[in-house]
Design a protein around this ligand. Structure first.
Ligand code: ADP
Length: 301
């Protein structure tokens, strides 16, 4: 089982010929509401990739909360750990122009009010893999990681949005998953060289997975393993949520294989890359997160 402790947002997306300047009103065209938030996206990604998955998070008592809950449940995610708190749900207000340039404001709402309790401790301890991101309070991320460690679950941290991390949290992480920007911020090393990023990060955590967009992904661990896996060649339509698809699938592969080592990393990364690529082949964000069949097909190609 995979447990995710993290965020759920509703993305309110409007397209317009151009983005408004400060003080300006522009007439938009298309409007969509799309469930998002890195936590909920990765929980849906893990469920679609075939895992028994539980989500722990918070929504508001507004109409958006119900949409977020229904979306997780429809993907087969266990939402017993999803609580309703006072105030609004997390929302992202997104304007996109016809050149696909965007402008985003995120209001964390309920995500910022997540406070874990004893029932969450049991849910985390019962999982084989705990998957975390950084869109809920760091105190709760660290608390969940401590419970997982005590219960024997592997702690996978996707350090997004990027920020420097305290040693207290880093010491509880088994696998850190980052893109190149996040890697540089967490490591405090500003270089374009993936090998240098990996070297710096294995000084902080035992295992690191670095995503490289269309180039695939790389793995490094403290035993000295260094592995790089290319992404499947695809026609990318929309890479939004590709990182969430990758991370969700990685957590599933870890839960199924009982961990990540230099011996299993090639297979695990190949499958996670197939999930990221399958997501990038389809328009949309959480709506494009792939099912297991689609991941298997790309991984075998
Ligand atoms: P993020 O979206 O978090 O920045 P990346 O851009 O590194 O993450 O993408 C995550 C994963 O999705 C990559 O490791 C890769 O496997 C897959 N992916 C993303 N873009 C493409 C692409 N254009 N072609 C093939 N695979 C892709």
């Amino acid at each position: 089982r995979v447990a995710v402790v993290g965020s759920a947002n509703l993305d309110l997306v409007v397209t317009a010929p151009q983005l408004p300047r400060p003080g300006e009103t522009v007439l938009g065209d298309d409007f969509r509401m799309v469930p998002g938030g890195k936590g909920a996206n990765q929980a849906v990604a893990a469920a679609r990739a075939g895992a028994d998955c539980a989500f722990v998070g918070a929504i508001g008592g507004d109409g958006f909360g119900g949409l977020l809950r229904d979306n997780l449940a429809a993907a087969g995610v266990d939402v017993a750990g999803l609580r309703t708190v006072d105030g609004p749900s997390g929302v992202a207000l997104i304007a996109v122009d016809h050149a696909a340039e965007n402008c985003i404001v995120v209001a964390p709402g309920a995500n910022g009010a997540l406070t874990l309790d004893d029932a969450d401790r049991d849910a985390v301890a019962a999982a084989g893999v705990l998957l975390l991101q950084l869109e809920v309070p760091l105190s709760e991320v660290t608390r969940a990681a401590g419970w997982a460690r005590a219960g024997g679950a592997a702690v996978v941290l996707n350090a997004a949005p990027a920020r420097p991390l305290p040693t207290e949290l880093l010491d509880l992480v088994d696998v850190l998953v980052v893109n190149e920007h996040e890697a540089a911020v967490v490591a405090g090393v500003f270089t374009d060289e993936p090998a240098a990023l990996l070297d710096a990060l294995v000084g902080l955590v035992p295992r690191v997975v670095l995503t490289l967009g269309a180039r695939g992904a790389a793995y490094a661990d403290r035993d000295g393993a260094r592995i790089e896996v290319p992404a499947p060649t695809i026609d990318a339509v929309d890479t939004t949520a590709a990182g969430d698809a990758f991370t969700g699938a990685l957590a599933v592969a870890l839960a199924e294989r009982g961990g990540l080592t230099g011996d299993t990393a090639t297979g695990v990364l190949r499958w996670a890359c197939a999930a990221g690529a399958a997501c990038a082949q389809r328009p949309g964000a959480s709506t494009a997160l792939p099912e297991r069949d689609a991941i298997d097909a790309l991984a075998a190609a």
